[in-house]
Design a protein around this ligand. Structure first.
Ligand SMILES: *Cc1c(COP(=O)(O)O)cnc(C)c1O
Length: 465
C-alpha cells in the first residue's frame, strides 16, 4: 500500500516509512492512496473472529509490502495479550439499541492502548528489520504518555522520553508513567506547564541536527498507524450489533478527531454507518464546526474530561482532504489560512457532504456529572467523564431508534475517580492489575523549564540513535 499526504506535496511512502515519519514533510498527514474494500460477504465472514484475528484481517490490506505483513496475527495476538477482558473490547447494553463499547481494558485504562500496544510492536519489527533505532519524545498532560510508555517499554530499538508538567497531572496519571521500571523509559518532570513541555518537544523536532542525530520519532495521533489500528474496534462493535446487515451509529467523545476519523475509515472500507456523532466538552470547536461550517480556534478551558481539552483538532485535516475530493492544494490553502487567522470556512459542497455523515453535540461539566449520575442510577454502570460526553451526544442526536447506537467508552472510571465519585457517591476502584499503583516506586527526573537542559538529558540517556 502506498500513502499520500493531505497537502499533496510530500513523496508517496510505503507503510514502514509512514510509521516512522509520523508527519509528512509538507506539513500534511498521511492517508492510503486508495481505501481497501470489504464486501458484505467479507464482513459476514469476520463475525465469528476473536479480536486479535479480526485486527489482523482489518490491518492486512494497509500493510501490504511492509515487513509486518508477515506474521501479522502473531503481532496482534501479542499486542492484545495483556488486556484484562477476554473480549478485549466488550459491549455493554445501556438501553434498547443503546450500547457502550468498553475501550479501557488495556494496561493504562484508556482507548489509546488499543492502537499503541500494536503500534509499539510495529515500531520494533520495522526497526529491527532495518537495523536502526529511534528516540521517541513526547509531552503529555495525561493519557498519551502512559499509553506510549506501556507500548514501548523494554523494546530493544526504542528509547522513550516523556515530558510532563511537574505537579500538574493527576496522581493516577503520573504514577502510571513514573512507576514503569524499564531502562529505555525516561520520565521528565518539567518545572513548567504542559504548553512549556509541548513547546520543548516541538523545538527538538525543529532542530534538524538534533532530530537527525537522535532519530527522533513521535507517537501522537497524527501517526497513521494509530488510526489504522483503531479501525478494528469500529468493525468489531458494528458486527456485534447487526452490521453489515443493518446500518449502525457511533457516538465518539473526541478531541483531536483521531478516534472518530478511524470510524470514518471503517465506513469507507464498506461498514454501513448511518451517523457519526461527535461529542465535545466545553472545548467545542468541532461541535461549532458542524453547526456552522467554520472552524474557529478559541482558548482552552480545563474540564472534567481533560483528554479532550484541545484547541485544534489536527486529524480533521484528513476528513477535509477526503471531502475536498483529495485536493491537497486546497487543503494546504485552508491550513495556511487557519495558521494566519485562527479560522477557516469549508466550501459549501464539502460541508454539506460532511453533514450527511457527521453531527456534533457538546456537554459542559455540570451536564457531565448529571449524565454519569443518570447512567449509574439507570443501569448500575460507572462511566468516566469522557464517556459521559459520548453518551450525551448519542442521545442528543435523536436518530431513528431502530438504528443501534454504539458509544465509545474511552477511559475506565477509576482514571477519573473524583468526578465519578462526585456524581454517584461511589469511589471507582482501580482494577486488580493496578490496585497497588500507590505503593509502587516512582522514578522520574526533575528538570528546569530549559530546552538545553532537556536536550542534554535526552542526548546522554538515549542508548544510541
Ligand atoms: C485521547 C482521549 C480522547 C480523545 O481522543 P481523540 O483521538 O483526540 O479524539 C478521549 N477520551 C480519552 C479518555 C482520551 O484519552
Amino acid at each position: 500500500m502506498r500513502y499520500i499526504s493531505t497537502r499533496g506535496r510530500a513523496p508517496e511512502l510505503g507503510f514502514d516509512d509512514v510509521l516512522l515519519a509520523g508527519l509528512a514533510n509538507d506539513g500534511g498527514l498521511y492517508l492510503p492512496a486508495a481505501w481497501p474494500q470489504f464486501s458484505k460477504a467479507d464482513f459476514a465472514a469476520m463475525a465469528g473472529l476473536d479480536y486479535p484475528a479480526l485486527a489482523a484481517r482489518v490491518i492486512a490490506p494497509f500493510v501490504v509490502g511492509s515487513v509486518i505483513e508477515k506474521d501479522l496475527e502473531d503481532l496482534t495476538r501479542q499486542a492484545y495479550s495483556s488486556f484484562t477482558h477476554k473480549a478485549v473490547a466488550p459491549l455493554k447494553q445501556l438501553g434498547a439499541n443503546d450500547w457502550l463499547v468498553e475501550l479501557f481494558h488495556g494496561p493504562t485504562l484508556a482507548f489509546k492502548d488499543y492502537a499503541l500496544q500494536a503500534v509499539g510492536l510495529m515500531f520494533d519489527r520495522v526497526l529491527q528489520a532495518r537495523g536502526s533505532r529511534i528516540t521517541i519524545v513526547g509531552a503529555t498532560s495525561g493519557d498519551t504518555g502512559s499509553a506510549a510508555i506501556e507500548a514501548t517499554k523494554n523494546r530493544a530499538a526504542v528509547d522513550i522520553f516523556i515530558l510532563h508538567p511537574e505537579g500538574r497531572t493527576s496522581d493516577v496519571q503520573r504514577r502510571q508513567m513514573t512507576t514503569v521500571s524499564a531502562n529505555n523509559v525516561h520520565n521528565i518532570a518539567v518545572k513548567g506547564t504542559f504548553d512549556d513541555c509541548q513547546d520543548m518537544v516541538k523545538a527538538m523536532f525543529a532542530d534538524a541536527s538534533f532530530r537527525a542525530d537522535m532519530n527522533l520519532s513521535a507517537v501522537n495521533s497524527i501517526n497513521w498507524a494509530r488510526i489504522m489500528a483503531q479501525v478494528v474496534y469500529y468493525i468489531w462493535a458494528g458486527l456485534a450489533v447487526g452490521a453489515p446487515h443493518r446500518p449502525v451509529a457511533f457516538s465518539v467523545p473526541t478531541g483531536n478527531f483521531g478516534n472518530v476519523f478511524a470510524g470514518y475509515v471503517a465506513h469507507r472500507m464498506g461498514l454501513p454507518v448511518a451517523k457519526f456523532i461527535v461529542g465535545s466538552n466545553s472545548n467545542d470547536i468541532l461541535t461549532r464546526f458542524f453547526e456552522t461550517g467554520a472552524m474557529t480556534m478559541e482558548g482552552v478551558q480545563p474540564t472534567l474530561s481533560p483528554s479532550m481539552d484541545i484547541q485544534v483538532s489536527s486529524n480533521f485535516e484528513r476528513l477535509l482532504f477526503e471531502s475536498l475530493g483529495r485536493d491537497g492544494a486546497a487543503v494546504a490553502r485552508l491550513m495556511d489560512q487557519s495558521k494566519q487567522s485562527g479560522s477557516y470556512t469549508v466550501p459549501d459542497a464539502a460541508y454539506k457532504e460532511m453533514l450527511k455523515l457527521f453531527t456534533g453535540a457538546r456537554l459542559d461539566d455540570a451536564g457531565t456529572k448529571r449524565v454519569i449520575g443518570e447512567v449509574y442510577a439507570g443501569t448500575g454502570e460507572l462511566i468516566d467523564p469522557h464517556s459521559a460526553v459520548g453518551v450525551h451526544a448519542g442521545r442528543a442526536a435523536r436518530l431513528d431508534p431502530a438504528i443501534p447506537r454504539l458509544t465509545l467508552a474511552t477511559a475506565h472510571p477509576a482514571k477519573f475517580p473524583a468526578a465519578v465519585e462526585a456524581a454517584t457517591g461511589v469511589h471507582p476502584p482501580l482494577p486488580p492489575q493496578l490496585a497497588d499503583l500507590f505503593e509502587r516506586t516512582e522514578r522520574f527526573t526533575t528538570l528546569p523549564n530549559d530546552l538545553d537542559d532537556v536536550k542534554k538529558f535526552v542526548r546522554s540517556h538515549a542508548r544510541k540513535a
